[in-house]
Design a protein around this ligand. Structure first.
Ligand code: NAD
Length: 478
């Protein structure tokens, strides 16, 4: 029997009634997993009211006590790690090993943000006047909203909730309609961990109903969104009606540059790992390769061997597979159409290039496309699937110019043994992050922020934390 979940508002799982239900299914085999509410504006109103009531007392709680609440949730997540990982795999399709890493990373992220409790510091500023002190206080914004995608659904709860709560905000979270179950489980554990009512509220539903009601609500001080560029623009437009702040973590088209002096084994392994992880559905992972003509053939052979060796299938039925399905039919159709178009435009399939016929589920073969050119759609548009297009270049300068000529600017990477090439790339690449001789994956103490259409603002580390605060300057004559 599929479970019917209820929204988590003011510390309780409430029957809100009247709203339609959404079916949640396993993308590997179509199994019906759950029903969740497609919450309307009245439910969103109730959640924002609860978060508004809870906020002043939460802000007044010493930060070290707020940290204790985050740590208590982290402990609960670790206690239920295996069960949570299975839930994530069932509803989203990533392999169990990665789902387990996601749960661990989520708990670690809560602990990491809890460490900031004693460091949310203000400043004293010298005054031009005698007998005056100027000081700058760092304060919470108030009630925040987190709107999430489906690709790292569990971790992204923490990426929004932890910086919001540690700085004294309360939050209303809307998970993706594709992957809401793990969020309800998170809420159960937060409730068990004793988080005060109203501090964290969870409302499920679609973007057009729940998401738009949340982003246009006048009671929200900051909408923190992770998802596609198109939705980011809609959210910014909705938030603009109240001049609500936005923090947008959007799509990517990450370039990986492989120079002639690179360790090709390392480059092939790292880029392949970054392409098949989560079935290529990761915003910061390598989406296009620029390889020096002198090593193009050798590199392509090596990466094609890695991609072809990636076993795929239903990750719950066969726990040894390295790659699961895409999240839904729309994702699968998009990937298939992009590969078809790339072939028509002249790309050559080195490995893969087709749907993976497993009888059920949204599976696509790990694919390498050679002979790609800058004017092809596959080199410009986000693929979000296990497909790697490769273009040859004749110099580092050419690679950097092509990499920068993109509407996206989230992450980038370079593989070289030459320090000055690596430094020139860091100087000239216009991206939020550059990885040198390693796979694309950020650290929680860094700063994950996109340029151009990849976003506004950022997450993680000190700078991500401060996005959830505003400054209050006090001039004191004494
Ligand atoms: P999406 O934009 O389709 O949906 C994301 C969320 O927005 C969902 O919860 C959805 O219900 C909601 N939504 C949709 N329309 C809305 C509206 N009008 N108002 C308010 N909310 C609305 O994205 P997705 O398909 O879930 O996720 C994939 C995208 O996310 C990719 O483009 C990927 O690159 C991006 N992503 C970016 C990062 C990052 O850190 N930059 C991380 C993960 C994913």
């Amino acid at each position: 029997m599929a479970t019917e979940y209820r929204n988590f508002i003011d510390g309780e799982f409430v029957v809100t009634g009247g709203d339609p239900l959404i079916e949640v299914r396993n993308p590997a085999n179509g199994e019906l997993l759950a029903f969740v509410p497609d919450s309307g504006a009245a439910v969103v109103e109730r959640a924002v009211e609860a978060a508004t009531r809870a906020q002043p007392a939460w802000e007044r709680l010493p930060a070290i006590q707020r940290a204790g609440h985050l740590r208590a949730i982290a402990t609960k997540l670790r206690q239920h790690k295996d069960r949570l990982a299975e839930i994530i795999t069932r509803e989203q399709g990533k392999v169990l090993g990665l789902a387990t890493v996601e749960v661990d990373f989520t708990a670690d992220y809560l602990d990491y943000m809890a460490e900031w409790a004693r460091r949310i510091e203000g400043e004293m500023i010298p005054s031009d006047r005698p007998g005056e002190s100027i000081f700058l206080m760092r304060k919470p914004i108030g009630v925040t909203a987190g709107i999430l995608p489906w690709n790292f659904p569990f971790f992204l709860i923490a990426r929004k909730l932890a910086p919001a709560l540690i700085t004294g905000n309360t939050i209303v979270i809307k998970p993706s309609e594709e992957t809401p179950i793990n969020a309800f489980e998170f809420a159960h554990l937060a409730q068990e961990a004793g988080l005060p009512p109203g501090v964290f509220n969870l409302v499920s539903g679609r973007g057009a109903s729940t998401g738009s009601a949340l982003s246009s609500h006048p009671g929200i001080g900051l909408v923190s969104f992770t998802g596609s560029v198109a939705t980011g623009i809609r959210i910014m437009q909705a938030a603009a009606t109240n001049l609500t702040r936005v923090n947008l973590e959007l799509g990517g088209k990450a370039p990986a540059i492989v120079l002639a002096d690179a360790d090709l084994d390392l480059a092939a392994k790292a880029i392949c790992d970054s392409r098949v992880i989560n079935t290529g559905q990761v915003c910061n992972c390598a989406e296009r390769v620029y390889v020096d003509r002198k090593v193009a053939e050798a590199f392509t052979t090596k990466i094609a061997a890695h991609m072809a060796a990636t076993r795929y299938g239903d990750p719950m039925a066969d726990r040894s597979v390295g790659m699961g399905p895409l999240v839904n039919q729309i994702g699968l159709d998009k990937v298939a159409a992009m590969v078809t178009k790339a072939r028509q435009d002249g790309a050559q399939v080195v490995t893969g290039g087709d749907l993976a016929d497993l009888g059920q589920g949204f599976h696509y073969q790990p694919t390498v496309l050679a002979g790609c050119r800058h004017d092809m759609e596959i080199m410009k548009k986000e693929i979000f699937g296990p497909v790697l297009p490769i273009q040859t270049v004749d110099s580092l300068e050419e690679a950097i110019a092509l990499a920068n000529d993109s509407e996206y600017g989230l992450t980038s990477s370079i593989f070289t043994r030459d320090l000055s090439s690596a430094m020139r790339a860091c100087r000239d690449l216009r991206f939020g992050e550059t990885y040198i001789n390693r796979e694309h994956f950020e650290a929680m103490q860094g700063f994950h922020a996109g340029r151009r259409k990849s976003g506004i603002g950022g997450a993680d580390g000190k700078h991500g934390l401060y996005e959830y605060t505003e400054t209050h300057v006090v001039y004191m004559q004494h």
